[in-house]
Design a protein around this ligand. Structure first.
Ligand code: FES
Length: 109
């Protein structure tokens, strides 16, 4: 089900927006002309991915550095995460983003 999160021109210039959609906390990112949405809080210990570093199609959790693919939510190895933590990590939830009629929507099943 598509839920509108904001009008496209109103998307924050910093390229990230936190929303709550039917009980799900979601971080929406805009990178160039593309939008991505992930479960907002890190699957490790709840770090706020909205404050994470975005680069190369990933976001790194600001707490311990777990890094997630913006498109798929898959955990990816990176320089920001220790080998010990990497063994304990799992993927996070990614949501499909649709831009239509001048607005940004997130598909929350
Ligand atoms: S809370 Fe995100 S890596 Fe630990």
């Amino acid at each position: 089900m598509l839920d509108k999160v904001c009008d496209r021109p109103a998307f924050p210039g910093k390229g990230r927006l936190g929303v709550s959609v039917r009980g799900k906390h979601i971080a929406v990112f805009k990178v160039g002309d593309e939008f991505f949405a992930l479960e907002r809080y890190c699957s490790h210990a709840g770090g706020d991915l909205l404050d994470g570093m975005v680069e190369n199609g990933t976001v790194a959790c600001p707490v311990h550095g777990a890094t997630f693919d913006l498109r798929s939510g898959k955990f990816v190895e990176s320089e920001y995460v220790s080998p010990h933590l990497a063994r304990a990590m799992h993927d996070t939830k990614a949501y499909r983003v649709v831009v239509k009629d001048g607005a940004v929507f997130v598909d929350v099943p």
